[in-house]
Design a protein. Structure first.
Length: 56
């Protein structure tokens, strides 16, 4: 994890194995005992909020 922070602070990229976030892929790094990249985790929870607006 320290290496990822160092790489991010020096280059803006946390590692080759962590793709850039886009609205179509939604790649996120899951920090756990074994770190891994997941694409749009908990999509069902995110989609619930699509029907709501925070603008008043």
């Amino acid at each position: 994890m320290i290496g990822r922070w160092r790489s991010f602070s020096e280059t803006g990229v946390p590692g080759d194995d962590w793709p850039a976030y886009t609205h179509t892929e939604r790649a996120v790094l899951v920090i756990d005992r074994k770190c891994r990249v997941e694409f749009d985790p908990h999509q069902h929870r995110r989609l619930v909020w699509d029907g709501f607006s925070l603008v008043q």
